[in-house]
Design a protein. Structure first.
Length: 311
């Protein structure tokens, strides 16, 4: 027991000595020198921040000029507009990332550590944005295979139809004929069907016209042939044709097919409908329409109803 008390007293003595030394060390600290060191470090970091901001600003300006110069060179070489748009976006993003790395290194961030941070962030972002990576790959496929170009008239698998305004890194922009801007992911365009109307030298217009059974088909054929021949937008080669397509329940179906250039397709289609309607009415050729005929039987309690559909 006396030995235990002696041990505790020795520990207590050591603790007292440590406290005396700690107080002595605090008294010996040169607070003025410590504050001066902190201020010097703060000034050095402030200078780095100012330099980093200047470099970032000048870098953005230089990157913008470089991208514009690159656009000018590509346009001068008559490179496709879609390629120019893609290169512009890719170069802008790449230069911005390089500028961020350079600015971070000026602030004292080690390039190796920053590269590791970027790699980790890239993996995390890549997992979260896997669809965008697919769109990026789709954009490259579109630029290399060129299924369509800017200003082409296309129809997508999702029934979007219009002119291509731009092919970006992740999206292709289409202006529909309703003047809507539609942004379609490149991944979907690269992996689905796309009809490029502008690639065709001509398109086929097709009409089905119903006439009554009491009409002379040869006369109708002659009238339609005359209307086709008077429209300069309808091509002679391939030759248009008019055939008796179908004998319906109560009408004769006349099939008309003619060919026109893509830019004239809709105008030819609508104008022909209008001209056929006007010419048939002028010549007294009737168009069939649904009719309901009611026959009264001799017995008033019985009514026979028959339907005649002239459509």
């Amino acid at each position: 027991m006396p030995q235990a008390l002696s041990f505790l007293s020795s520990i207590s003595g050591l603790d007292s000595i440590a406290q005396q030394h700690s107080l002595q060390d605090l008294k010996n600290i040169d607070y003025e020198q410590l504050l001066s060191g902190w201020l010097q470090k703060l000034m050095n970091f402030g200078i780095k921040v100012v330099i980093a901001l200047i470099v970032f600003y000048l870098g953005r300006l230089l990157a913008s000029l470089l991208v514009k110069w690159l656009d000018h060179i590509l346009r001068k070489r008559h490179i496709d507009k879609a390629v120019i748009t893609f290169v512009h976006s890719f170069a802008s993003i790449s230069l911005f990332i390089f500028l961020i790395v350079l600015t971070a290194s000026i602030l004292g961030v080690q390039s190796v550590s920053f590269a590791a941070l970027l790699a980790s962030a890239g993996v995390a972002i890549g997992m979260g944005l896997s669809g965008q990576l697919q769109n990026l790959a789709g954009g490259l496929i579109i630029l290399l295979s060129k299924p369509f170009q800017v200003n082409d008239h296309i129809i997508t698998a999702a029934d979007f139809e219009g002119k291509v305004e731009a092919v970006g890194i992740f999206h292709t922009v289409i202006r529909t004929f309703e003047n809507r801007m539609v942004y379609i992911p490149n991944g979907k365009l690269a992996s689905n069907e796309v009809t490029n109307v502008s690639k065709e030298t001509f398109l086929r217009n097709s009409w089905t016209i119903g006439i009554e059974y009491n009409q002379d088909f040869e006369k109708v054929k002659e009238i339609i042939g005359r209307l086709i021949a008077s429209d300069e937008r309808i091509l002679e080669d391939p030759a248009p044709y008019v055939v008796l397509h179908e004998l319906g329940d109560s009408s004769v179906k006349v099939l008309v097919r003619a060919y026109s250039k893509p830019e004239n397709y809709w105008d030819v289609n609508w104008d022909f409908n209008r001209r056929v309607y006007a010419e048939f009415n002028r010549l007294g050729i009737s168009f069939p329409f649904p009719q309901l005929t009611i026959h009264h039987a001799a017995n008033k309690d019985q009514t026979e109803i028959s339907t005649k559909e002239n459509a």
